[in-house]
Structures are given as C-alpha cells and as structure tokens.
Design a protein around this ligand. Structure first.
Ligand code: GLU
Length: 458
C-alpha cells in the first residue's frame, strides 16, 4: 500500500471510531459504509492512457505515452496539473491525482482530483515539437476534458505557454464552450490570473510563516498547555532567527526563497538553495534577488562556478546538488520532485522542520521515521495548495470575464490558506497525530460526508 492509501485508511479507521462522525451510521451499516469509502477513495474513477504519435523535426515518428487520471469528482470537476517529465508513470500519476482530491477537499476548493502526465524530457524537444505534443494531448483526451468536467493546469515541466496552446486547441475542437475555464495556469493575456505563477511558492512560504509567526503570536497558549512534542518544537522557535535551505529553484522554490528573504515577520536567513546541478551555500545568507535574476537570464539554471557566481554577484560555496538535504538548518523546504527523502538517506536529515513544496517529496517510511523523531513535516496537501487555489480563482474569473487585481488574488489566496490552517493547527497541537494525518482526516471527513449525503456508500 502506498503512503496516500495508507494514510487515507488510517484516517478512515480514526473516523470509524469517532461517533460524532455521521452518528446515524451504526453497527453493520457503519462498517459497510467505511468499507465502501475505503474502496472509493483508494481507486481512481478513470485512468486514460494514449500513445501520442508525434513526427519529430528530424523526420522520425515517436509514440509518446500520455496519461490523464481522474481520481474523484465528488466535490466538483476533476482538477490537477499535467506533468512533463521522463520519469512519469501510471502509478505516479494515480498517486498525484489522489493527492489533488485530498488537497482540494482540505482547502474546501470545489474541485475533485485529477492529474496528467507526458513521458518526455521537454528540454530535448523543440518548441514546434512541444506545441504538437500539447495539441495532440488535447485531441486524444478531449472527450474527457472541459471546464465542468476536468480542468488541467501546469505541473513539473509545463507552464503558461503549454496551457495557452492547450486551451487554444480545446477551443477549436469544442467551439462555443466557455473555453477559458478549460485550462488554468494560462498567461494573463490569454485569460490567466494575475498571481497564478507565484501562487504555489507564496502559499508554501505563507504556511511556514503562519505557523512560526501568526499562529505563535495569536494562539501561543495552545502550545504551552499541551505536552505534545511538536508544540514544544514550534514554541522553541519563537523570536529566534531561522536558517532555511530550499531544494529546487523553479517556479515554487525560487518564489518561496524570495518570500523568505523579504519576510519581515521572521528573522530568516536563506543559507542554501539548489537545483538539478548544484547546491549554493552561504552561512550568512544568500542574495536571493540576484539569484532569481541570474536564473531568469540563464534558462532557469543557478550559477555553478566561481565565474558564474561572480556574474550573478553572489557569494556562495558550490556543493553537490544532494548536499542541500543534509545541512544543519532549521527548516528544509522541498520544492523539487517526489521521493527526495527516503529510507536510504532519512537518517542524514538534520532539519527539525520540513515543508513539502513539491508533491510527495518524503516517502512513507521516511515520513514515519522523521515524524517519530519529532520532525514537523508541513505536508504537500497543506503547503503547496496555493497553485490550485489561484487556479480556482482563474476559473471563476474566466467564467465571469471579470478579472481581479493581483492584490485581490493574493488576499483571497491567503484568506483561504489561513482558514485551513486555523482549522487544522489547534487540532494538531491537541492530538497525537502528525500534521499530515490531521490534514488527511479533515479531507477524508469532508469527502466522506459528501459521498454519504450523495447516497454513494450503498
Ligand atoms: N500542479 C499543481 C498542483 O499539484 C496545480 C494544480 C492546478 O492548479 O490545478 O497542485
């Protein structure tokens, strides 16, 4: 059983014993309803797979495996990104789609969960080839997609350009539909939302800041009243300078780094950042704005040598890219890919706080090991929901053709995330579950209640 399925099952076990949860379900009927819930939540509704036929510019024809998984739509149309990466596979897309169901349920976003994937390395393809791949993806899956059915968005390896191409293709295949709502994460000129690009990274940093600043300031008494070991860890950081390391310097990591650098609520020092090539380390803190500028001018890559650091105007030691994980820091923000902390490297982790900016960066065994050691892991479905929350705002704006200012978008984003954090954190510090387990319990409660009321459990 993978981590997602296991924690969903644990959440159901906890709810089964909680007699305030759907109290009218008792005895044998209750047991049956929970068995139904377990099978509904652990299985995707649909797994679509195609092999796209793509003529490359060199004249060769290749078949590209493409997926769209629709996990669950009890709360609204399926929603989730399309990953462009050579390691994409069916199990991974199914797992990521189920995480989207849980993420949307947790934050009360009226969408279900879906995910797509293309087994390609976009860096090795020309713009023309990528354009064709995007158009074919929409053509092959067009019957399953749509603004009220299934709404894709960017994920690892895809962005505004790809969403613009896909929306344009959808518009020509389905003339007359409210096409702006068929894809989110589009460019602003094409009906995208201001702030969508920064939303995930801003949300990731916001959850971290909220826990160590806003929550600590307003609800500190909750931390001192309990003997919960996680509460003690948080309380120890009150007004203390914090050293941060951020793995991944793409759309999520670079924005989270910038937010941390500019934050006036906490005394942060971003001492390390990394990408697919290097880790850069400076114990006095890195100049993040200069690094952001450098990556913009250099196809997204961080400087890797003394010469390149001089061009960037940044002082740092150059380490191996995995070194970022093992540094002596207070918080490690994981904003690269999944499975970064595993059984083979979990014992080397020193950070007492981990924030999951990426989806599933900590494996099941590593999650159990670190949580038992008292490490606070702010889980993916809580921390990285900023993207899908602003996708929802983009979808709404596209429907109304009324567009919000950037200020309005961020204020709605933070309001939504604050609402979730306010409902989860007091429970987390008062019970014996991890933050991830508490988030799953909240998501599963919402999904289960809706499924029960829709008459789907018998
Ligand atoms: N790919 C992002 C995620 O994993 C965003 C999904 C969306 O906006 O639909 O949450």
């Amino acid at each position: 059983m993978n981590k997602t399925k296991q924690i969903v099952q644990n959440s159901l076990d906890a709810l089964m014993k909680d007699d305030t949860f759907i109290p009218e379900l008792t005895g044998e009927t209750r047991a049956q309803a929970f068995t139904s819930l377990a099978s509904i939540l652990s299985t995707p509704n649909h797994v679509h797979k195609s092999f796209l036929r793509i003529p490359l510019e060199n004249g060769q024809v290749v078949r590209i495996p493409a997926y769209r998984v629709q996990h669950n739509n009890a709360l609204g149309p399926y929603k989730g990104g399309i990953r462009f990466h050579e390691t994409v596979n069916e199990d991974e897309v199914i797992n990521l789609a189920s995480l989207m169901t849980l993420k949307n349920a947790l934050h009360d976003v009226p969408f279900g969960g879906g995910k797509g994937g293309l087994v390609i390395n976009p860096r090795t393809l020309s713009e023309k080839e990528l354009h064709l791949i995007c158009k074919k993806y929409v053509r092959y899956f067009s019957d399953s997609l749509g603004p009220d059915k299934d709404i894709p968005a960017p994920d690892v390896g895809s962005g505004e350009r790809e969403m613009d191409w896909m929306m344009a293709e959808y518009k020509s295949i389905r003339p007359g539909t409210p096409y702006r709502g068929s894809f989110t994460g589009k460019s602003v000129v094409n009906g995208g939302s201001l702030g969508r690009r920064e939303a995930t990274g801003k949300g990731v940093y916001f959850t971290f800041r909220y826990l160590f600043h806003d929550f600590l300031q307003n609800q500190k008494s909750l931390l001192t009243k309990t003997d919960n070991s996680y509460a003690k860890t948080v309380a120890e950081f009150e007004n203390k300078p914090m050293k941060l390391a951020i793995q991944g310097f793409g759309n999520v990591g670079s924005i989270a780094a910038l937010e941390a650098y500019q934050c006036t609520f906490l005394q942060n020092k971003v001492v390390a950042v990394s990408d697919r090539n290097v880790t850069l380390y400076n114990e006095d803190g890195l100049n993040i704005p200069s690094l952001v500028k450098y990556t913009k001018d250099n196809k997204g890559d961080l400087p890797v040598s003394a010469e390149e650091l001089a061009v960037a105007g940044v002082k740092a030691d150059v380490l191996n890219r995995e070194d970022i994980l093992y540094l002596n820091v207070d918080s490690l923000i994981l904003a690269a890919l999944e499975d970064q902390i595993r059984t083979d490297n979990m014992e080397k982790i020193k950070a007492p706080i981990i924030v999951e900016g990426a989806n599933a960066p900590v494996t099941k065994d590593a999650d159990e090991y670190l949580s038992q050691k008292g490490v606070i892991i702010i889980p993916d479905i809580l921390a990285n929901a900023g993207g899908v929350i602003v996708s929802y705002l983009e979808w709404l704006q596209g429907r109304e053709t009324q567009f919000y200012s950037e200020e309005e978008v961020f204020s709605q984003l933070f309001k939504k995330m604050k609402g979730t954090l306010d409902s989860i954190l007091p429970v987390f510090f008062g019970d014996s579950f991890t933050l991830r387990q508490n988030c799953y319990i909240q998501s599963v409660t919402r999904l289960s209640t809706v499924l029960y009321r829709q008459g789907k459990l018998y």
